[in-house]
Design a protein around this ligand. Structure first.
Ligand SMILES: [Zn+2]
Ligand SMILES: [Zn+2]
Length: 256
């Protein structure tokens, strides 16, 4: 049986970086690839790691900020130009189904014309997949910062943002996506082998106070800016006496 792994294709924050691609991850279970988020540079990063577009099984999008979706149409184009025939399911927050369909028509990716069945499936909180692995969406407050504008302009946006709990056999990996506060995810972290999380949207001092009390195999921090931030985080982790802390780089692999 092939080993299962989680590969970081893009570890950049929302501010594009020269040295990092925007958010994107490959969950490889039994040789079938699942793409999680698809920000800028993810398509070329995918190819750089030697992955085959024909091995993509499903795509999951945590929320619709550009650094998580801007490469999505290009990724789909790559899949069909490579000669895909099997069905492709793309799971997106419910609010994104209609805008994504309209956008794909606008960029001439016409689902009805494709040689494979492209399904855009809206999801809300809860279990999304339960077969060769389990993926559960957990709603977080990352986009609630927009509520005033959504109300004022009467926008259709539902401000849906999610973290993902992933279970592959006995192994557990938690992907924070982008969050609104550490409280969004705290209660979900215990007994995960890996927690792949961002640290830009909450009080990091409070995290380092709490982290030693949380039962996690390894915290892998992603959604990073420049080297100064990376050095600062690693220094804080050392001061907190954490041995289960690392900062992500593009191409990093976590074995499940
Ligand atoms: Zn982001
Ligand atoms: Zn975001």
């Amino acid at each position: 049986m092939e080993p299962n792994k989680f590969t970081i294709l893009g570890s950049s924050s929302g501010v594009p970086q020269a040295e990092r691609n925007s958010s994107g991850y490959i969950l490889d279970v039994n040789g079938r690839l699942n793409l999680i988020d698809c920000g800028g540079g993810v398509t070329s990063s995918f190819l750089r790691r030697g992955f085959n577009p024909l091995d993509i099984n499903r795509i999951f999008i945590s929320h619709t900020h550009p650094d998580h979706v801007s490469d999505l149409s290009l990724f789909i184009q790559m899949i069909y130009l490579t000669g895909r025939e099997g069905k492709l399911d793309i799971f997106v927050p419910d609010e994104f189904v209609d805008p994504l369909r309209a956008y794909l028509y606008a960029v001439y990716i016409i689902a009805e014309k494709l040689p494979f069945d492209l399904q855009i499936i809206g999801y809300e909180e809860g279990l999304i997949i339960n077969d060769d692995f389990k993926l559960t969406a957990i709603t977080n407050s990352h986009l609630s910062q927009y509520s005033e504008w959504v109300t004022r302009l009467n926008l259709p946006n539902k401000m849906q943002s999610h973290s993902f709990q992933i279970e592959v056999g006995q192994k557990r990996l938690f992907y924070s996506g982008d969050i609104g506060s550490f409280d969004d995810i705290r209660e979900h972290l215990d007994s995960n082998n890996f927690v792949v999380m961002e640290m830009t949207h909450f009080d990091i001092e409070a995290f380092f106070d709490l982290a030693p009390t949380i039962d996690v195999g390894e915290f892998v921090i992603t959604h990073l800016s420049g080297n100064d931030e990376v050095s600062k985080l690693n220094l804080m982790a050392r001061k907190a006496g954490m041995h289960n802390f690392s900062t992500a780089v593009d191409g990093m692999e976590l074995w499940l």
